[in-house]
Design a protein around this ligand. Sequence first.
Ligand code: AMP
Length: 220
Amino acid sequence: MRIAFFGPPGAGKGTQALMLADKTKHKHISTGAMIRDAMKAKTPIGEAARTYMDEGVLVPDHLVQQLAQLAIEENQLDCFILDGFPRTLPQARWLNAFLAEHGTPLHAILSLVVPDEIIIDRLSKRRVHAETGVNYHLDFKPPPKDIDPSLIIQRPDDKPEAIRKRLAVYHQQTEPIESYFRDIGLLIEVDGVGTFDEVQHRIDVAIEKARERYYAALER
Ligand code: AMP
């Protein structure tokens, strides 16, 4: 199938998308991870993206689209789960046109719905191990007692002020694509509040609905 995840930062897209990709043997395509890899490898796209990433703003559409296109084509335009792409209206329109051109439209865009207050609470309680990068949550997954507390840090972009800024960017630049996908009948909303397993179950139900809707449309 061809699925894209959509939702605010901290909605759980990354973890759910990874788990779904693993379970269904689909390719997980995260533009954020691809940009970070390109920066590490110092490729021209990585170098061009660096200043935007460092400032915490969106990387220009043409750069991200090149990365997304490469990953989608590498996977023969099928069996992929997009995570963090599209994030702007031009990216959404480009993706739709690109896939339509190849006769391989998206099956669905899954929107994980989580209110801002819950996002702020979730992200502000996130902590990271400075050396291993393992994530913890002060309430749900506290760091083990035998870890040196000075190694457990809060990412600068997880501080409440930074979270509010990321949410503002999301509402301003990313949210408009929700109505775009709703209008073309691809959006499926999934309640993103609850335990990981509860949300995962709702995603499975949504995927089934997308599959049925896609094949019903083909028969018409
Ligand atoms: P993520 O790992 O998805 O949170 O992405 C980290 C950063 O990469 C974002 O804050 C953006 O600067 C950049 N990024 C990732 N995906 C996109 C996208 N689709 N469009 C623009 N910038 C992106």
